[in-house]
Design a protein around this ligand. Structure first.
Ligand code: UD1
Ligand code: CA
Length: 451
């Protein structure tokens, strides 16, 4: 038995009032359409088929070769959308899962359950429903006197009596492929000229075929996105899901309501995340760290037992036992080795700071390679930009940079060198030498420590 899958993403999504197609709006750091795609890929024997139409090229560019595509032009409704996948799937799969790209919170377990129910009962159609007081514009499921599903009634064509029905159609289906291709073209057109996928239910019932329903356990999964209020609701539900995952995995989150962890992030055991913290993109955090409050970490690797307070970190690497903030800014290519301390009001870009190096107060370090156990005095600046080029700075182990030193790059400070407070260093300083003044001059050799 082979399984295929179809994701509907061709609609106009007028209710979002957006220049961006709805399915490309971001949720938990990913595009909406990526959720069904990632969940359906491991359940499908062929790449999922994404139905594109509105802004087809933009959508295809984002998904790339993770899917196959069928173009729906014009968009005549959900049944018409599914029919466009026929040339790609007919004769290749026996069972087909169908999902809407605007229902991103449906879990893999739910799809799995539908697939299993469908196959166990040899149904032609299996669909997901849930009971809710809030109808949210969903189709209503009508059952016969024996409780068997009979029909789905779209809100736009429902009577007052039907609108009161509380079992809703979530919009996830499993079909017998042969039956689907035969039944789809026979769906009647709606008064507005659309072909409703939901009408397949009554077709199956009338033909005496087996139809099954699965009811959704977690109502949050049924949050569909038609407008930006729904988008915020989905974001909150997803945030809860992600935070719960990490808390059950041994991470302390002081205030889950103000902790924003994207689905792409990983966090080690016994780390503590304090309020107003955003962990984004390709970020990993080791064990026993304390991150936040008020911190943004994006695309950054943080080792174990680090502390980051009131800071912004982007595309950086932080080894173990590093202490950062408050008010530090790490930019692309900052690499802080084990035991580095970076205090308040510092900025580091494209630079390596060796083990145990300390930068306590108000400094800018850019395009620098700095050794171990260096003391970077308050107010030190690497003057890396000469108006045309970015120039490198090299600083050896055990260097002591006096407060308010300007290091005019390209420049090298040798091992054990020192600069005086306020020095403007324009020439290389040799190992174990003291340079002072403006411009700085070497005034003394320094004793090498024993060993
Ligand atoms: C649909 C269901 C409804 C269900 C609800 C739950 C139908 C007729 N109705 O209504 O029973 O309760 O979802 O989420 O299926 N699309 C296309 N091509 C089209 C039309 C739509 O690809 O021609 C795509 C849209 O991009 C969207 C999805 O199909 O991702 C659903 O379409 P939408 O218009 O949002 O349907 P609903 O009104 O929400
Ligand atoms: Ca919808």
């Amino acid at each position: 038995m082979k399984t295929g899958s179809i994701i509907l993403a061709a609609g106009k999504s007028t209710r979002m009032k957006s220049a961006i197609p709805k399915v490309l709006h971001v949720l938990g750091g990913k595009k909406m359409v990526e959720y069904p795609l990632e969940v359906l890929t491991p359940l499908s024997d062929l790449k999922p088929v994404v139905i594109v139409g509105n802004e087809a090229e933009t959508v295809q560019k984002v998904i790339g070769d993770r899917a196959q595509y069928a173009l729906q032009e014009p968009q005549l409704g959900t049944a018409h959308a599914v029919l466009q996948a026929k040339p790609l799937l007919d004769g290749k799969v026996d069972t087909i899962l169908v999902a809407y790209a605007d229902m991103p919170l449906i879990s893999r377990d739910t799809f799995q359950q539908i697939l299993e129910t469908h196959q166990t009962h040899r149904a032609v159609m299996t669909l997901l429903t849930f009971q809710s007081e809030k109808a949210r514009g969903f189709g209503r499921l009508l059952r016969d006197e024996n409780g068997n599903p009979r029909e789905i009634i779209e809100e736009s064509v429902a009577t007052q009596e039907q609108l009161a029905l509380r079992e809703l159609n979530v919009g996830v289906y499993c079909f017998d492929a042969a039956w689907l291709w035969e039944a789809l073209p026979r769906i009647p057109v709606s008064p507005k000229g659309e072909y409703f996928l939901t009408d397949l239910l009554s077709s199956a019932v009338v033909a005496g075929k087996m139809v099954k329903t699965v009811s959704l356990a977690d109502p949050d999964e049924a949050i569909g996105i038609n407008n930006r209020i729904h988008l915020a609701e989905a974001e909150a539900a997803l945030r809860k899901r992600v935070n719960n995952h990490w808390m059950l995995g041994g991470v302390t989150i002081l205030d889950p309501a103000t902790t924003y962890i994207e689905t792409t992030v990983t966090i080690g055991q016994d780390s503590v995340i304090l309020p107003n913290t955003y962990l984004m993109g390709n970020t990993t955090i080791g064990e026993g760290c304390q991150i936040g409050p008020n911190t943004i970490v994006k695309d950054t690797q943080i080792g174990s037992r680090c502390r980051v307070t009131f800071s912004v970190l982007e595309k950086a690497i932080i080894e173990d036992q590093v202490d950062i903030g408050p008010f530090a800014h790490l930019r692309e290519g900052a690499h802080l080795a084990q035991g580095v301390h970076m205090g308040n009001f510092g900025e580091i870009k494209n630079s390596y700071l060796g083990p145990g190096t300390k930068m306590g107060h108000f400094s800018y370090i850019g395009d620098a390679t700095i050794g171990a156990e260096v003391n970077i005095g308050a107010g030190t600046i690497t003057c890396n930009f000469d108006g045309v080029r970015k120039n490198p700075t090299e600083i050896g182990d055990h260097v002591f940079i006096g407060s308010d030193s300007m290091l005019v790059a390209p420049i090298k400070l040798g091992e054990g060198a020192r600069t005086g407070a306020g020095a403007v260093v324009t020439k290389n300083v040799p190992d174990y030498s003291l340079a002072v003044g403006v411009p700085a001059r070497v005034i003394r050799k320094l004793a090498k420590p024993d060993g």
